[in-house]
Design a protein. Structure first.
Length: 142
């Protein structure tokens, strides 16, 4: 979807559109896209469903292999298949791909305050309300 030319971007793809913007403008565009799409889904999700394993990015990074094992256990993998699946998943670990993929900066949790200025924070809150707080992220100055 990010590579498809769009009339609203003057025939450019979303990726080309983002690359034509300053970092500040690009973050604003991404906040707006997130709020319309992913953020809406996250706000509407029925959290706490017993059949769904909910994990945070931060918890995955604290113990990536353990997080994958929890996920595969949840899906009902037998131990041997789980271990093999964890090994495959770890082949795509952030620790292995950072620096090799242009869209992966560092993979560090809580990196966003280094890039979101006050205007970005205010826009995020304006468009998503208390979503960040409902997901367990502490409020920040807007």
């Amino acid at each position: 979807w990010a590579l498809q030319p769009r009339d609203r971007f003057g025939g450019k793809s979303y990726q080309e559109h983002l690359l034509s913007l300053s970092d500040e403008e690009g973050l604003e565009a991404e906040i707006r896209r997130f709020a319309r799409a992913d953020g809406k889904h996250m706000a509407d999700w029925p959290y706490g469903h017993p059949g769904v394993l909910e994990m945070t990015y931060e918890s995955m990074l604290q113990d990536e292999a353990g997080g994958w094992a929890r996920l595969f256990d949840h899906w009902g993998f037998v131990p041997a298949a789980r271990d093999e699946a964890v090994e495959i998943a770890m082949g795509f670990s952030l620790s292995k791909v950072k620096g090799k993929l242009a869209h992966v900066r560092s993979g560090r949790p809580n990196e966003w305050p280094e890039h979101f200025g006050p205007a970005h924070r205010a826009l995020f809150i304006e468009l998503t309300g208390d979503l960040a707080a409902r997901l367990g992220y502490p409020p920040t100055d807007a």
